[in-house]
Design a protein around this ligand. Structure first.
Ligand code: HEM
Ligand code: HEM
Length: 408
Protein backbone atom coordinates (compact mmCIF):
# COMPACT_ATOMS: atom_id res chain seq x y z
CA UNK A 1 0.00 0.00 0.00
CA UNK A 2 1.46 3.34 -1.06
CA UNK A 3 -0.55 5.61 1.21
CA UNK A 4 -0.37 6.23 4.95
CA UNK A 5 -3.22 5.51 7.33
CA UNK A 6 -3.69 6.91 10.85
CA UNK A 7 -1.58 4.07 12.28
CA UNK A 8 0.91 3.11 9.57
CA UNK A 9 3.38 4.53 7.06
CA UNK A 10 2.65 3.58 3.46
CA UNK A 11 5.34 2.33 1.07
CA UNK A 12 5.90 5.78 -0.45
CA UNK A 13 6.59 7.45 2.92
CA UNK A 14 8.91 4.58 3.85
CA UNK A 15 10.72 4.78 0.52
CA UNK A 16 11.28 8.51 0.98
CA UNK A 17 12.36 8.05 4.60
CA UNK A 18 14.96 5.37 4.01
CA UNK A 19 16.31 6.56 0.67
CA UNK A 20 16.83 10.08 2.01
CA UNK A 21 18.18 8.80 5.36
CA UNK A 22 20.77 6.67 3.56
CA UNK A 23 21.82 9.43 1.16
CA UNK A 24 22.01 12.03 3.94
CA UNK A 25 24.16 9.81 6.14
CA UNK A 26 26.46 9.11 3.18
CA UNK A 27 26.70 12.83 2.41
CA UNK A 28 27.49 13.70 6.02
CA UNK A 29 30.29 11.12 5.94
CA UNK A 30 31.68 12.51 2.67
CA UNK A 31 31.42 16.09 3.96
CA UNK A 32 33.33 15.17 7.11
CA UNK A 33 35.99 13.20 5.25
CA UNK A 34 36.40 16.14 2.86
CA UNK A 35 36.70 18.63 5.69
CA UNK A 36 39.38 16.55 7.38
CA UNK A 37 41.49 15.77 4.31
CA UNK A 38 44.57 17.98 3.97
CA UNK A 39 44.69 19.99 0.73
CA UNK A 40 47.83 18.79 -1.04
CA UNK A 41 48.83 17.70 -4.54
CA UNK A 42 48.32 14.07 -3.56
CA UNK A 43 44.76 14.58 -2.36
CA UNK A 44 43.53 17.12 -4.94
CA UNK A 45 42.09 14.65 -7.45
CA UNK A 46 40.55 12.51 -4.69
CA UNK A 47 38.99 15.59 -3.09
CA UNK A 48 37.53 16.69 -6.39
CA UNK A 49 35.81 13.33 -6.86
CA UNK A 50 34.68 13.33 -3.25
CA UNK A 51 33.06 16.77 -3.48
CA UNK A 52 31.53 16.02 -6.86
CA UNK A 53 29.87 12.91 -5.42
CA UNK A 54 28.90 14.85 -2.26
CA UNK A 55 27.22 17.58 -4.32
CA UNK A 56 25.50 15.13 -6.65
CA UNK A 57 24.06 13.12 -3.75
CA UNK A 58 23.00 16.41 -2.19
CA UNK A 59 20.99 17.60 -5.18
CA UNK A 60 19.36 14.14 -5.45
CA UNK A 61 18.34 14.53 -1.79
CA UNK A 62 16.88 17.94 -2.63
CA UNK A 63 14.79 16.45 -5.45
CA UNK A 64 13.57 13.59 -3.27
CA UNK A 65 12.84 16.02 -0.43
CA UNK A 66 10.60 18.16 -2.62
CA UNK A 67 8.68 15.06 -3.75
CA UNK A 68 8.48 13.89 -0.14
CA UNK A 69 6.96 17.20 0.97
CA UNK A 70 4.40 17.16 -1.80
CA UNK A 71 3.52 13.57 -0.95
CA UNK A 72 3.35 14.17 2.81
CA UNK A 73 0.89 17.02 2.33
CA UNK A 74 -1.54 14.67 0.60
CA UNK A 75 -1.24 12.06 3.35
CA UNK A 76 -2.59 11.50 6.85
CA UNK A 77 0.18 11.67 9.46
CA UNK A 78 0.32 8.49 11.56
CA UNK A 79 -0.69 9.20 15.17
CA UNK A 80 1.89 9.29 17.97
CA UNK A 81 2.29 5.85 19.54
CA UNK A 82 2.48 7.31 23.08
CA UNK A 83 0.26 10.41 22.91
CA UNK A 84 -0.01 10.50 26.73
CA UNK A 85 3.73 11.35 26.94
CA UNK A 86 3.22 14.93 25.85
CA UNK A 87 6.80 16.25 26.14
CA UNK A 88 8.35 13.24 24.44
CA UNK A 89 5.84 13.45 21.59
CA UNK A 90 6.51 17.16 21.06
CA UNK A 91 10.28 16.53 21.13
CA UNK A 92 10.08 13.63 18.67
CA UNK A 93 7.90 15.63 16.31
CA UNK A 94 10.00 18.77 16.62
CA UNK A 95 13.00 16.66 15.64
CA UNK A 96 11.07 15.26 12.66
CA UNK A 97 10.40 18.85 11.54
CA UNK A 98 14.03 19.80 12.10
CA UNK A 99 14.98 16.87 9.88
CA UNK A 100 12.46 17.94 7.27
CA UNK A 101 14.05 21.41 7.34
CA UNK A 102 17.51 19.86 7.09
CA UNK A 103 16.79 17.97 3.89
CA UNK A 104 15.88 21.26 2.21
CA UNK A 105 18.27 23.73 3.83
CA UNK A 106 21.36 21.52 3.74
CA UNK A 107 21.37 20.85 -0.01
CA UNK A 108 20.06 24.33 -0.88
CA UNK A 109 22.77 26.12 1.10
CA UNK A 110 25.36 23.78 -0.45
CA UNK A 111 24.09 24.52 -3.91
CA UNK A 112 23.99 28.29 -3.36
CA UNK A 113 27.61 28.09 -2.15
CA UNK A 114 28.55 26.02 -5.23
CA UNK A 115 26.75 28.47 -7.56
CA UNK A 116 28.43 31.51 -6.05
CA UNK A 117 31.89 29.98 -6.37
CA UNK A 118 33.99 29.55 -9.48
CA UNK A 119 35.81 26.38 -10.37
CA UNK A 120 36.40 23.27 -8.33
CA UNK A 121 34.28 20.14 -8.19
CA UNK A 122 31.23 20.02 -10.50
CA UNK A 123 27.89 18.33 -9.79
CA UNK A 124 27.96 15.13 -11.84
CA UNK A 125 24.92 15.69 -14.00
CA UNK A 126 24.04 17.30 -17.32
CA UNK A 127 21.47 19.82 -16.00
CA UNK A 128 23.74 22.79 -15.35
CA UNK A 129 25.67 23.80 -12.27
CA UNK A 130 24.30 27.14 -11.22
CA UNK A 131 21.11 28.22 -9.54
CA UNK A 132 19.28 31.19 -11.04
CA UNK A 133 19.54 34.50 -9.11
CA UNK A 134 22.75 33.45 -7.33
CA UNK A 135 25.59 35.81 -8.30
CA UNK A 136 29.22 34.70 -8.53
CA UNK A 137 30.34 36.30 -5.31
CA UNK A 138 32.74 35.35 -2.57
CA UNK A 139 30.53 36.99 0.04
CA UNK A 140 27.47 34.99 -1.03
CA UNK A 141 29.54 31.78 -1.08
CA UNK A 142 30.88 32.63 2.37
CA UNK A 143 27.38 33.19 3.79
CA UNK A 144 25.96 30.06 2.22
CA UNK A 145 28.99 28.14 3.46
CA UNK A 146 28.34 29.41 6.98
CA UNK A 147 24.70 28.26 6.77
CA UNK A 148 25.89 24.88 5.40
CA UNK A 149 28.45 24.44 8.17
CA UNK A 150 26.08 25.50 10.95
CA UNK A 151 23.28 23.32 9.55
CA UNK A 152 25.71 20.41 9.57
CA UNK A 153 25.86 20.73 13.37
CA UNK A 154 22.05 20.85 13.57
CA UNK A 155 21.96 17.66 11.50
CA UNK A 156 24.53 15.85 13.65
CA UNK A 157 22.53 16.64 16.76
CA UNK A 158 19.04 15.96 15.45
CA UNK A 159 19.96 12.78 13.56
CA UNK A 160 21.73 11.48 16.68
CA UNK A 161 18.69 12.21 18.88
CA UNK A 162 16.37 10.75 16.23
CA UNK A 163 18.35 7.50 15.94
CA UNK A 164 18.70 7.21 19.72
CA UNK A 165 14.94 7.68 20.03
CA UNK A 166 14.28 5.00 17.40
CA UNK A 167 16.65 2.62 19.18
CA UNK A 168 14.99 3.33 22.53
CA UNK A 169 11.63 2.35 21.03
CA UNK A 170 13.03 -0.74 19.35
CA UNK A 171 15.35 -2.08 22.05
CA UNK A 172 13.90 -0.90 25.36
CA UNK A 173 10.22 -0.39 24.68
CA UNK A 174 9.72 -2.86 21.84
CA UNK A 175 6.60 -0.89 20.95
CA UNK A 176 6.50 -1.23 17.16
CA UNK A 177 7.61 2.36 16.39
CA UNK A 178 10.67 1.24 14.43
CA UNK A 179 8.91 -1.56 12.55
CA UNK A 180 6.17 0.90 11.65
CA UNK A 181 8.82 2.78 9.66
CA UNK A 182 10.85 -0.30 8.65
CA UNK A 183 8.14 -2.68 7.52
CA UNK A 184 4.99 -0.61 7.44
CA UNK A 185 3.30 -2.46 10.29
CA UNK A 186 0.68 -0.72 12.42
CA UNK A 187 1.31 0.97 15.76
CA UNK A 188 -0.70 3.42 17.87
CA UNK A 189 -4.43 3.87 18.29
CA UNK A 190 -6.34 5.79 15.66
CA UNK A 191 -8.61 8.42 17.19
CA UNK A 192 -7.19 7.77 20.72
CA UNK A 193 -6.10 10.47 23.18
CA UNK A 194 -4.25 13.11 21.24
CA UNK A 195 -4.60 10.87 18.23
CA UNK A 196 -5.39 13.62 15.78
CA UNK A 197 -3.78 12.94 12.43
CA UNK A 198 -2.66 16.52 11.77
CA UNK A 199 0.61 18.12 12.58
CA UNK A 200 0.34 20.02 15.84
CA UNK A 201 1.56 23.60 15.88
CA UNK A 202 4.09 23.48 18.75
CA UNK A 203 6.69 21.12 17.20
CA UNK A 204 6.42 22.79 13.79
CA UNK A 205 6.81 26.22 15.42
CA UNK A 206 9.85 25.10 17.45
CA UNK A 207 11.58 23.69 14.41
CA UNK A 208 10.76 26.76 12.31
CA UNK A 209 12.21 29.15 14.91
CA UNK A 210 15.38 27.09 15.28
CA UNK A 211 15.93 26.89 11.53
CA UNK A 212 15.27 30.58 11.14
CA UNK A 213 17.99 31.26 13.72
CA UNK A 214 20.44 29.02 11.85
CA UNK A 215 19.75 30.66 8.50
CA UNK A 216 19.82 34.22 9.85
CA UNK A 217 22.87 33.79 12.11
CA UNK A 218 25.52 34.04 9.34
CA UNK A 219 24.11 37.42 8.33
CA UNK A 220 25.11 38.70 11.76
CA UNK A 221 28.73 37.70 11.11
CA UNK A 222 31.10 40.44 9.99
CA UNK A 223 31.55 40.43 6.22
CA UNK A 224 35.13 40.17 5.01
CA UNK A 225 36.25 43.45 3.57
CA UNK A 226 37.67 42.78 0.11
CA UNK A 227 39.45 45.64 -1.52
CA UNK A 228 38.19 44.80 -5.02
CA UNK A 229 39.91 47.69 -6.70
CA UNK A 230 43.50 47.58 -5.70
CA UNK A 231 44.42 49.53 -2.65
CA UNK A 232 47.55 50.76 -4.29
CA UNK A 233 48.36 53.07 -1.44
CA UNK A 234 48.48 50.38 1.24
CA UNK A 235 52.07 49.35 0.47
CA UNK A 236 54.95 51.65 0.87
CA UNK A 237 55.56 53.43 -2.41
CA UNK A 238 58.81 52.39 -4.07
CA UNK A 239 60.84 55.35 -5.32
CA UNK A 240 62.61 54.93 -8.65
CA UNK A 241 65.99 56.60 -8.94
CA UNK A 242 65.23 57.80 -12.45
CA UNK A 243 65.70 61.01 -14.36
CA UNK A 244 62.48 60.39 -16.23
CA UNK A 245 59.09 61.82 -15.25
CA UNK A 246 57.49 59.65 -12.56
CA UNK A 247 53.86 58.58 -12.54
CA UNK A 248 51.56 57.93 -9.61
CA UNK A 249 49.05 55.16 -9.93
CA UNK A 250 45.53 56.35 -9.13
CA UNK A 251 43.69 53.09 -9.34
CA UNK A 252 44.19 49.66 -10.75
CA UNK A 253 43.51 45.96 -10.72
CA UNK A 254 45.95 43.09 -10.69
CA UNK A 255 44.17 39.85 -11.45
CA UNK A 256 45.33 36.32 -12.12
CA UNK A 257 43.50 33.46 -13.79
CA UNK A 258 44.51 29.87 -13.21
CA UNK A 259 42.97 26.79 -14.71
CA UNK A 260 41.70 24.43 -12.08
CA UNK A 261 40.14 21.10 -13.00
CA UNK A 262 39.91 22.47 -16.55
CA UNK A 263 37.88 25.54 -15.52
CA UNK A 264 39.24 29.08 -15.18
CA UNK A 265 39.36 30.53 -11.67
CA UNK A 266 39.96 34.26 -11.42
CA UNK A 267 41.41 36.02 -8.43
CA UNK A 268 43.11 39.27 -7.55
CA UNK A 269 45.66 40.90 -5.30
CA UNK A 270 44.21 43.56 -3.04
CA UNK A 271 47.55 45.03 -2.04
CA UNK A 272 50.22 45.96 -4.56
CA UNK A 273 51.92 49.02 -5.85
CA UNK A 274 53.63 50.27 -8.93
CA UNK A 275 56.39 52.77 -9.39
CA UNK A 276 56.64 54.05 -12.95
CA UNK A 277 59.07 56.40 -14.64
CA UNK A 278 58.19 57.01 -18.27
CA UNK A 279 59.11 59.54 -20.87
CA UNK A 280 56.43 59.88 -23.51
CA UNK A 281 58.80 61.52 -25.99
CA UNK A 282 61.15 58.56 -26.20
CA UNK A 283 58.62 55.90 -25.14
CA UNK A 284 61.11 54.52 -22.61
CA UNK A 285 60.97 54.09 -18.88
CA UNK A 286 61.23 51.83 -15.88
CA UNK A 287 58.67 50.03 -13.80
CA UNK A 288 58.69 48.22 -10.47
CA UNK A 289 55.63 46.32 -9.32
CA UNK A 290 55.60 45.14 -5.71
CA UNK A 291 52.92 42.64 -4.78
CA UNK A 292 51.85 41.56 -1.32
CA UNK A 293 51.07 37.91 -2.09
CA UNK A 294 49.25 37.49 1.23
CA UNK A 295 46.54 39.75 -0.22
CA UNK A 296 45.66 37.22 -2.94
CA UNK A 297 42.10 36.06 -3.06
CA UNK A 298 41.36 33.22 -5.47
CA UNK A 299 37.82 32.01 -4.84
CA UNK A 300 37.51 28.68 -3.06
CA UNK A 301 41.18 27.90 -3.44
CA UNK A 302 42.63 31.02 -1.79
CA UNK A 303 44.09 29.06 1.09
CA UNK A 304 45.63 26.44 -1.17
CA UNK A 305 47.06 29.12 -3.45
CA UNK A 306 48.68 30.87 -0.47
CA UNK A 307 49.85 27.54 0.96
CA UNK A 308 53.37 26.08 0.87
CA UNK A 309 52.96 24.44 -2.54
CA UNK A 310 52.09 27.63 -4.40
CA UNK A 311 52.63 31.21 -3.23
CA UNK A 312 54.04 29.98 0.10
CA UNK A 313 53.10 33.29 1.70
CA UNK A 314 54.43 32.30 5.09
CA UNK A 315 57.96 32.16 3.71
CA UNK A 316 57.63 34.74 0.89
CA UNK A 317 55.07 37.50 1.24
CA UNK A 318 56.30 39.76 -1.57
CA UNK A 319 56.72 39.33 -5.30
CA UNK A 320 58.59 41.96 -7.32
CA UNK A 321 58.68 42.68 -11.02
CA UNK A 322 61.20 45.19 -12.33
CA UNK A 323 61.60 45.99 -15.98
CA UNK A 324 62.61 48.49 -18.61
CA UNK A 325 59.80 49.91 -20.66
CA UNK A 326 60.08 50.49 -24.38
CA UNK A 327 57.51 51.51 -26.95
CA UNK A 328 56.96 48.96 -29.72
CA UNK A 329 54.48 50.84 -31.85
CA UNK A 330 51.83 53.44 -31.00
CA UNK A 331 50.15 52.38 -27.77
CA UNK A 332 51.87 49.01 -27.75
CA UNK A 333 54.70 48.73 -25.20
CA UNK A 334 56.66 46.11 -23.39
CA UNK A 335 58.47 45.93 -20.10
CA UNK A 336 61.39 43.53 -20.21
CA UNK A 337 62.70 42.48 -16.85
CA UNK A 338 62.52 39.91 -14.10
CA UNK A 339 59.90 38.63 -11.71
CA UNK A 340 61.00 37.44 -8.30
CA UNK A 341 58.47 35.09 -6.77
CA UNK A 342 58.86 32.49 -4.01
CA UNK A 343 62.59 33.05 -4.06
CA UNK A 344 63.06 32.44 -7.81
CA UNK A 345 63.97 35.20 -10.24
CA UNK A 346 62.81 34.56 -13.78
CA UNK A 347 63.01 36.77 -16.91
CA UNK A 348 59.54 38.05 -17.81
CA UNK A 349 58.30 40.31 -20.58
CA UNK A 350 55.09 42.17 -19.94
CA UNK A 351 53.34 43.41 -23.09
CA UNK A 352 50.85 46.20 -22.54
CA UNK A 353 48.99 49.04 -24.15
CA UNK A 354 49.59 52.53 -22.85
CA UNK A 355 47.43 55.44 -23.87
CA UNK A 356 48.12 58.97 -22.79
CA UNK A 357 45.67 61.79 -22.39
CA UNK A 358 47.55 64.82 -21.25
CA UNK A 359 49.09 64.01 -17.89
CA UNK A 360 47.04 60.86 -17.41
CA UNK A 361 47.95 57.39 -18.63
CA UNK A 362 45.87 54.26 -18.95
CA UNK A 363 47.66 50.96 -19.10
CA UNK A 364 46.37 47.43 -19.65
CA UNK A 365 48.26 44.26 -20.33
CA UNK A 366 48.09 40.50 -20.05
CA UNK A 367 50.96 38.05 -19.74
CA UNK A 368 50.96 34.32 -19.27
CA UNK A 369 53.51 32.93 -16.84
CA UNK A 370 54.41 29.28 -16.49
CA UNK A 371 54.25 28.20 -12.86
CA UNK A 372 56.90 25.52 -13.50
CA UNK A 373 59.55 28.19 -14.05
CA UNK A 374 59.09 29.19 -10.43
CA UNK A 375 58.86 25.55 -9.31
CA UNK A 376 55.39 26.44 -8.09
CA UNK A 377 53.01 23.55 -7.47
CA UNK A 378 55.81 21.09 -8.19
CA UNK A 379 53.66 18.25 -6.80
CA UNK A 380 51.08 18.93 -9.53
CA UNK A 381 53.14 17.43 -12.31
CA UNK A 382 50.52 17.55 -15.04
CA UNK A 383 47.70 19.94 -15.81
CA UNK A 384 44.92 17.63 -14.57
CA UNK A 385 44.35 19.61 -11.37
CA UNK A 386 46.13 22.93 -11.87
CA UNK A 387 47.16 24.24 -15.31
CA UNK A 388 50.75 25.32 -15.94
CA UNK A 389 49.82 28.72 -17.34
CA UNK A 390 48.90 31.59 -15.04
CA UNK A 391 47.40 34.57 -16.82
CA UNK A 392 48.27 37.89 -15.20
CA UNK A 393 46.24 40.95 -16.13
CA UNK A 394 47.10 44.47 -15.05
CA UNK A 395 44.93 47.50 -15.59
CA UNK A 396 45.69 50.88 -14.14
CA UNK A 397 45.48 54.60 -14.55
CA UNK A 398 48.35 56.85 -13.53
CA UNK A 399 49.00 60.59 -13.37
CA UNK A 400 52.28 62.29 -14.22
CA UNK A 401 53.68 63.60 -10.98
CA UNK A 402 55.18 66.86 -12.08
CA UNK A 403 51.85 68.10 -13.37
CA UNK A 404 48.78 68.69 -11.18
CA UNK A 405 46.33 65.99 -12.18
CA UNK A 406 43.09 67.19 -13.70
CA UNK A 407 40.39 66.69 -11.04
CA UNK A 408 37.53 66.22 -13.51
C1 HEM B 1 22.03 16.16 1.77
C2 HEM B 1 22.55 17.30 1.73
C3 HEM B 1 23.91 17.66 2.27
C4 HEM B 1 24.48 17.35 3.48
C5 HEM B 1 23.90 16.54 4.61
C6 HEM B 1 25.79 17.97 3.49
C7 HEM B 1 26.68 17.88 4.54
C8 HEM B 1 27.93 18.45 4.55
C9 HEM B 1 28.87 18.35 5.62
C10 HEM B 1 28.63 17.59 6.93
C11 HEM B 1 29.98 19.04 5.27
C12 HEM B 1 31.25 19.22 6.10
C13 HEM B 1 31.04 20.25 7.13
C14 HEM B 1 31.57 21.60 6.80
O1 HEM B 1 32.34 21.76 5.85
O2 HEM B 1 31.22 22.53 7.51
C15 HEM B 1 29.75 19.60 3.96
C16 HEM B 1 30.65 20.38 3.25
C17 HEM B 1 30.43 20.85 1.95
N1 HEM B 1 29.29 20.66 1.20
FE1 HEM B 1 27.66 19.66 1.74
N2 HEM B 1 25.99 18.63 2.30
C18 HEM B 1 24.86 18.46 1.54
C19 HEM B 1 24.64 18.94 0.26
C20 HEM B 1 25.53 19.69 -0.48
C21 HEM B 1 25.29 20.18 -1.81
C22 HEM B 1 24.01 19.95 -2.63
C23 HEM B 1 26.42 20.87 -2.18
C24 HEM B 1 26.71 21.62 -3.45
C25 HEM B 1 26.05 21.54 -4.57
C26 HEM B 1 27.34 20.80 -1.07
C27 HEM B 1 28.60 21.38 -1.06
C28 HEM B 1 29.49 21.29 -0.01
C29 HEM B 1 30.81 21.91 -0.03
C30 HEM B 1 31.42 22.71 -1.18
C31 HEM B 1 31.38 21.63 1.21
C32 HEM B 1 32.77 22.06 1.68
C33 HEM B 1 32.61 23.34 2.41
C34 HEM B 1 33.88 23.92 2.87
O3 HEM B 1 34.89 23.23 2.93
O4 HEM B 1 33.83 25.10 3.22
N3 HEM B 1 26.78 20.06 -0.06
N4 HEM B 1 28.50 19.21 3.54
C1 HEM C 1 19.31 4.86 10.86
C2 HEM C 1 18.71 5.97 10.96
C3 HEM C 1 17.25 6.21 11.20
C4 HEM C 1 16.33 5.49 11.91
C5 HEM C 1 16.54 4.20 12.66
C6 HEM C 1 15.06 6.21 11.80
C7 HEM C 1 13.88 5.79 12.37
C8 HEM C 1 12.67 6.43 12.25
C9 HEM C 1 11.42 5.96 12.77
C10 HEM C 1 11.26 4.69 13.57
C11 HEM C 1 10.47 6.85 12.46
C12 HEM C 1 8.98 6.77 12.79
C13 HEM C 1 8.63 7.59 13.98
C14 HEM C 1 7.15 7.48 14.29
O1 HEM C 1 6.52 6.59 13.76
O2 HEM C 1 6.69 8.28 15.05
C15 HEM C 1 11.10 7.91 11.72
C16 HEM C 1 10.45 9.00 11.23
C17 HEM C 1 11.07 10.04 10.58
N1 HEM C 1 12.42 10.11 10.26
FE1 HEM C 1 13.81 8.71 10.65
N2 HEM C 1 15.25 7.34 11.07
C18 HEM C 1 16.57 7.38 10.68
C19 HEM C 1 17.18 8.35 9.97
C20 HEM C 1 16.55 9.50 9.56
C21 HEM C 1 17.23 10.58 8.89
C22 HEM C 1 18.73 10.64 8.53
C23 HEM C 1 16.31 11.52 8.65
C24 HEM C 1 16.63 12.83 7.97
C25 HEM C 1 16.00 13.30 7.05
C26 HEM C 1 15.02 11.04 9.16
C27 HEM C 1 13.82 11.74 9.11
C28 HEM C 1 12.62 11.30 9.62
C29 HEM C 1 11.38 12.04 9.54
C30 HEM C 1 11.21 13.42 8.90
C31 HEM C 1 10.41 11.26 10.14
C32 HEM C 1 8.94 11.61 10.32
C33 HEM C 1 8.12 10.70 9.47
C34 HEM C 1 7.91 11.18 8.08
O3 HEM C 1 7.26 12.21 7.89
O4 HEM C 1 8.43 10.55 7.15
N3 HEM C 1 15.22 9.81 9.71
N4 HEM C 1 12.46 7.63 11.59
Amino acid sequence: MLSNTATRYGAAARFFHWSIALLILADIALGLIGENTPRTADTAARLQTLYSVHKTIGVVVLGLAVLRFVWAFTQPKPVPVHPERKAETVLAEAIHWMLYGAILIMPLSGWVMHSAETGFAPILWPFGQNLPFVPKSEDVAHMAGAVHGLSAWVIYLTVALHILGALKHAVIEKDGVLSRMLRGTEAGVAGGVGGESHASALPVGLAAVLWLAVVVFPFALPVKDHAETAAVTQMEQVELASELPTWTVEQGNLTITVTQMGAPVEGSFANWNVAIAYDEDTGTGEVTVTIDTTSLSLGTVTQQAQGPEFFNTEAYSTAIFTGDISRIDGASHEAVGTLTLIGKTVPVTLSFDLTLEGARATMSGTTTLDRREFEMGAGYEDEGTVGFGVEVTTELTAARQDVESDPS
